[in-house]
Design a protein around this ligand. Sequence first.
Ligand code: THU
Length: 159
Amino acid sequence: MAKHIDRLIETAVQAQKRAYCPYSRYPVGAAVLTGGGRVFPGCNIENASYGLAMCAERAAIYHAVASGHDAIRAVAVVGAAAKPCGACRQVMYEFSDKDTAIYLVDLNPATGRRSICKTTVYKLLPLAFDPLASGLLPTNPRNLLRRKAARSPGRTKRK
Ligand code: THU
C-alpha cells in the first residue's frame, strides 16, 4: 500500500504543475487511487467566467469515474495549505467508503518541503448528505448502476 500512496502523491505533485489557474494563481494538483490500483490525476482548471472553475479533486475523481473506476481507495491533494472545498468533500463522499484515505499535502514551492496530513472523508465531512440515510435510494447508488449494467444486453457483433 505504501508504494501505491507514494505513486498517488507523486501523481498529484505532477498534476499541480499542469493546473490552469491564470486567475487565482493558486495551483492545486490531485490524484485518485482506485480499488484496482489505478491512479488518475486532476488539476484545477479555471475560466474567464470565474464560476466555471473546476477544482483539482473533482477533476481527478471525474477522470477516474469516466475511465470506469468509481471506487476510491485514496485521494491526494497538493497545494499551499490545500484543503478540499465543501463541494469536493461531497463528491469524494459519493465514491468513498469508510476506509478511503485522504492525503493533504502541503507543498512549499520555495523549499520543496512537503508536510502530509492523512485524514478520511468522514472526518472532512461529518453529517454528509447521504443518499441512503435520506431515503433517496434503497441501496448504494454504485450497486444500482452495476446491477443495471449487468442486466442490459451485451454488445452483439454487427453483421
Ligand atoms: N481549488 C481546488 O482546486 N481545490 C480545492 O479544494 C479548493 C480550491 C481551486 C479552485 C480555484 O481554481 C482555485 O483553487 C482558487 O480557489
